[in-house]
Design a protein around this ligand. Sequence first.
Ligand SMILES: Nc1ncnc2c1ncn2[C@@H]1O[C@H](COP(=O)(O)OP(=O)(O)OP(=O)(O)O)[C@@H](O)[C@H]1O
Length: 726
Amino acid sequence: MPLTAPPPVHPDFPAEEQHLAGTIQAFLRQIEAWEDRDRNVGADLETSLTLADTAEELAAMLSVHVPAPYFGSLRVRIAGREQLLYVGKHAFRDLKGPHTVVSWESDVGSLFYSDVLAWEARKGLTGTVRRRRQLDVQAKKLHRLTDLYDDEAGGDTGGREQVLLARLSEASTAAMRDVVETLQPEQNGAMRAPAGVHTLIQGAAGSGKTTIGFHRLAWLMHPDRREHRAAPESMLVLMPNRVLASYAARVLPGLNLGGVTVTTPEAWATGFLGVEKMEVVDRTLTLLLTDRDNERRKAAWRRAKALGDRRMFQVVRNHLADRLRANLGSLTFQTTVQVGHEARTLTLDQATLRRLLDEVLDRAPLEGYRAALRAALEDELVARANPPGEDGEAALRRTLAAELTRFVGRVVGNILPVSEGRRIITDEATLRRAAQGVLDERAVRLLLSDPLTAIPKPRRSHADVTELPLMLAVAALLDGVGRRVGRALEPYDHIALDEAQDYSPLLYVLLARAARPGHLTALGDLNQGLHGYKGPNNWGDVQAALGGESRTRLMTLGRTYRSTRQITALGAQIAATYNRAGGVVGVDRDGGEVLRLTGGSLAELTAQAVKTMQAQGHRNIAIVTRRVTDAERLVPELQRHDVDAQPILSEQARYTGGVVILPVNLAKGLEFDGCIVAGADAANYDPQTEFESRLLYVAASRGLHLLALVAERELHPLLTAERDSG
Ligand SMILES: Nc1ncnc2c1ncn2[C@@H]1O[C@H](COP(=O)(O)OP(=O)(O)OP(=O)(O)O)[C@@H](O)[C@H]1O
């Protein structure tokens, strides 16, 4: 190691140390005050207990932040006065001194991360940022002080990049981490994109999409969000598989997001439909991963795409309209009720009922046909009866309740989302009728075809991932979709979708109905679309599903953070073959050269790569294979080479760190200190197929610090060293 002089101590270091000590004291004083039961005395016992409980909760929340009360400061100037603001993970108001801390999610907290130098402060006054300073505080000690921007020192200091590089060089953990301290300006912008408009965020592997998604939820919880503020238990995050969901969910407590549901779309959909016991399969994926016949693969891909097309929502609407109209048939509604002192017979004839039903069907109301039709009939009856006063009206509505529920039940009939959703795409006559004016003949034929005949179906009751959105559509149209609260249904305050390139446009239509208007955030990378057969062709498809460009906002994260320069360059080389959108800029962090190991048995070379990485001090290492079976086979062989790799072979497995072996489809979204692509050759990743190149990209982009490419004979043509230097 070359000897380098220790960095000069910043002249403000002692003053900052003193301020830190003062802040910690102020925190402790406040905690003590809250914990002092005698002070929390209310007018009666109950009030006193409530006060004491609240105070205890506040004390507990603040005490977590005593070891590091803040991580940055801002010197700002407003109306001729300079102010120093400290930014931390938790707001603290120091009523008796200068130790107030503003929280990172607040509007003023944003100034720490963004590049803006002037903003509109209160009452039309303009504020200017004079200095941004990062304070590395751990265990109550100030370790480092870095100015990020200082107008007295000529503006930008390059400090932000230094702090970022230091953070990125740290070892990985077995859980996703928050990046509150080092959020970058463009990420800050995406995270704080004004709420109330659906937000789509495109970013390459490692640009921080998943991370930003969770930070956005924390930001939405802040009172500064006013009418858009969200509660954690009313937010939903959907992630592509359970391994990733449990890895990512570990970020929740640190961001104060306990209570947010993090799950997969399949688990959420089956839970919502009340068919959790049903096995969910993805036979299209099975075919794509195992069948080598390109024609069959194409056919399966196209059919899956057709099933997830947003126009299928209209097809389901048409079908349900037919069913409900047929059920209504020649029914009429008649009842005798007491209005005032008079018994009145109220009748809704066939024409009236048809008119009311058609109005409901035309609107496709969010609460669903059943509730809307019931309300429409009730209103019509009340208008006709014209009962005296509000009490009379309420009494009439009560009297009508049971009978109306029964009647509407007959009109809706016994439509079960699972069987009905399936029937629409399997019964030719049904499909043709429902698709009229919506789909062309080619699309209809595609839907009726069955390219998956060779892929076995499970014996027990099951649903395919490509059918689930249709089943959900039936349920959503009949009875609404959203969050179940007791027997009621409420819209989610916000829904975030990770790996959003893998959700079908039809699913987007439904999720938009499940959340408050404009409250979807979708984060994805079209280049990593492994499940393109389920997903949109481009973001335009998603925008169309969400009501058009005017109702959505599309943002791009241009920089990637995860990997070293060497790994990022290799990833870009792979993606360039199918991504026409151009290159990605990585943080310029230097690391070890990519290891290329060939000319031996796969197990031997892979074990060698593991040991090389361990010798360099890396702990979390992944061996990524093309298929589950490859991983299964390799586990005992590696043991013979003295490497014990923990297999992650299904979604039920959990990643807890160390050396693991897993197929590429389960590696998605995860990251490791070292990543070894085992079997990185043309036999495993067919160079002629774009899907295979995408798989290779995902596999090769999982490492933070080191990447090894291992093949028994020749490496994949996109991975050879000559290409690298070229
Ligand atoms: N501002 C930041 N400061 C520090 N680390 C960051 C920052 N942004 C992202 N990272 C790190 O970069 C890595 C990648 O982030 P993340 O997994 O959120 O990216 P992603 O875009 O979702 O990736 P993928 O598409 O591969 O799933 C993580 O280790 C994350 O902690």
